[in-house]
Design a protein. Structure first.
Length: 120
């Protein structure tokens, strides 16, 4: 969706994704802890805290959030590629026939993007 916004090209969209990854990141296993303690920064700390409140051990919570942060750019890339592969003429035709933007997204774009979303 970011790559289709007016004035936002693929390179800027990629940069936004990398900046978000850096902001959300910041999970570092504490040295000598055997993976049991983690120092977290920013939104990563909130995610780890939420997992700890759900009953996960610190090492599990840190590993889960770290994995999600590292996989984020790959996931966004797969979703972006699937979004770019959607034929915009289909969306334009639906809008021309009076479909609201959310309906166009839910009934045309999203089903065509589903393989990329599931891959990501």
């Amino acid at each position: 969706m970011v790559a289709r916004a007016n004035g936002v090209g693929p390179k800027l969209a990629q940069r936004i994704v990398m900046e978000l990854k850096d902001k959300v990141g910041g999970i570092v296993l504490a040295p000598g802890s055997g993976g049991g303690a983690a120092a977290t920064v920013g939104a990563g700390a909130d995610a780890v805290s939420a997992l700890l409140n759900l009953g996960f051990r610190p090492a599990e919570a840190s590993a889960a959030v770290a994995s999600a942060v590292m996989a984020f750019p790959l996931m966004v890339r797969a979703i972006r590629l699937s979004l770019e592969s959607v034929d915009i003429r289909l969306e334009t035709a639906a809008r021309t026939l009076g479909a609201p933007p959310l309906w166009v997204f839910a009934t045309i774009s999203l089903p065509l993007m589903a393989p990329g979303i599931l891959t990501g």
